[in-house]
Design a protein. Sequence first.
Length: 137
Amino acid sequence: MFTHDFVKRIRYGETDQMGYLYYGNYALLYEIGRSEAIRSEGITYREMEEKMGIMMPVISVESRFLLPVKYDELITIRTKLEDLPGKLIHFYHEIINEAGQLTHKGEVKLFFVDMKTNRRVSVPDIILSKFKPYFDS
């Protein structure tokens, strides 16, 4: 299993009138977690698009709200891959507050598209090679 943590502070503009992280912003946290997890393995979204000609559209998003996340709170965005990517890449996200409490869980499923043909493809070899070592027993 692959796991990556990224720490972020909640800004005023990301909250609602109650001072809680606005529910619509959780998907942005997933995107931050995904981007930083992939970057930690030496690949950026920009390189995937510009050099590899690959995009990753989202198929589904699921969210589970457990506790509120508050303005100015330092959170950890934990991103996991529990399975090696194939036709799909399935990210699991956890948002953990400063007290170490799990406040939110989310899942995002994406697939790979060749930008020239606009057709679905399997995980590119470069991405597979970066994550495969985490799944070798």
